[in-house]
Design a protein around this ligand. Structure first.
Ligand code: ADP
Ligand code: DP6
Length: 333
């Protein structure tokens, strides 16, 4: 082991992101290569802070999650991920990993994105692996696909690539967090863990849904429309294609075998209310990841009225008013 390595503790902070064009389905499960390219906005209110230290004295990896020792399954997940980073760095030491989510876990608020972006960033630095940001997005991707987009702030595209080794599959920032002062309201209907993870849900859909092939085609078209809307700051175009893309993703799960859906009655109530807001002249649009909770996009000037209107729904537990947030940062000790 090279002597100059100090193996200091490193703490990274990464924000979650909401996909406007969804990543839904893998062409390679080992390398987390997606079937379609996707585009997200990083969220200022939801984040994970993770500290990593590789330590010669440890006999195995230790994972402290939200101030508790994580169960075996979660620890193994983290350990398997760190094995890949250890291999890249040629280091065999185990690690002490401490992570706190400032985002509900496994509820459709993208904790896997902030979680693995923070873990990747902290681990790569703690093990002294010298890689650029593009490569860092690829390292985050092999923990959880959507995590590659959380390396950057603002509006981020994850290019699917075509090569088998995944070298042309990476995330890049299209616009930073100051480009467009959109409001993104995260509507909490449930903070419980979903019954089918994103990973399992997308695999079931790829394997069994007759609509899946069409999804891939549509996602490509939707991405081009969304990038055009972003370039021209055309909010209505952005909202329409975001909403339509989410509905198409969720439609693939209805065609799966066994069929599956992530929505709860409250999900539909919020969708209906958003349509009513639009009918009354307030441009607002919804999107949902793999979970019942809804994200509503609107312009800054309308955020109070949208928030107050949605708070009147009995199913709504809480609303987090977000805006585009920053990329990964490192915290001083
Ligand atoms: P979500 O909608 O929250 O992203 P997923 O089912 O896609 O839900 O992913 C949740 C999983 O991501 C968790 O069960 C856990 O395995 C992993 N995860 C979430 N937060 C962290 C974290 N801070 N560190 C490591 N893994 C995490
Ligand atoms: C619906 O990134 O959580 O949120 O790569 O298997 O870890 P894995 O899946 P994950 O899936 C996210 C799916 C989504 C859409 C998106 O974020 O693009």
């Amino acid at each position: 082991m090279p002597e100059h390595r100090k193996f200091e503790q490193v703490t990274a902070k990464a924000h979650a992101n909401i996909a406007l064009i969804k990543y839904w389905g893998k062409r390679d499960e080992e390398l987390f290569l997606p079937m379609n390219s996707s585009l997200s906005v990083t969220l200022d209110k939801f984040y994970t802070e993770t500290s990593v230290q590789f330590c010669g004295k440890l006999k195995k990896d230790v994972f402290i999650f939200n101030n508790n020792i994580a169960d075996e399954a979660e620890t193994n997940k983290v350990s398997n991920y760190l094995n890949q980073i250890r291999k890249m760095a040629g280091v065999e030491r185990y690690a002490m990993v401490q992570s706190v989510n400032h985002v509900p876990t496994a509820a459709g608020f993208a904790s896997s994105a902030s979680g693995y972006a923070a873990l990747a960033s902290a681990a790569v630095r703690a093990i002294d692996l010298d890689i650029d940001q593009k490569k860092l997005t690829q390292v985050a991707r092999i923990g959880s696909g959507s995590a590659c987009r959380s390396i950057y702030g603002g509006f981020v595209e994850w290019t699917k690539g075509d090569l088998e080794d995944g070298s042309d599959c990476y995330a890049r920032q299209l616009e930073n967090e100051d480009y467009w002062d959109l409001s993104i309201l995260a509507i909490q209907l449930s903070a419980e863990e979903k019954s089918l993870s994103s990973r399992a849900g997308m695999k079931l859909t790829v394997d069994t849904s007759p609509y899946y092939e069409l999804w891939v085609k549509e996602a490509g078209k939707d991405l081009a429309t969304l990038k055009d809307a972003l370039r021209h700051k055309d909010f209505e175009q952005l909202g329409q294609v975001t909403e339509s893309n989410a509905l198409k993703m969720h439609a693939t799960t209805l065609g799966a075998n066994p069929p599956h859906w992530y929505w709860e009655p409250g999900t539909i109530s919020v969708m209906n209310q958003v349509r009513k807001l639009r009918d009354s002249g307030i441009p607002a649009y919804f999107t949902m990841d793999a979970g019942p909770n809804v994200f509503v996009l609107c312009q800054q000037r309308d955020k109070e009225v949208v928030e107050q209107t949605l708070l009147t729904l009995k199913e709504v537990q809480k609303i987090y008013v977000c805006q585009p947030g920053p990329g990964v940062s490192y915290l001083a000790k």
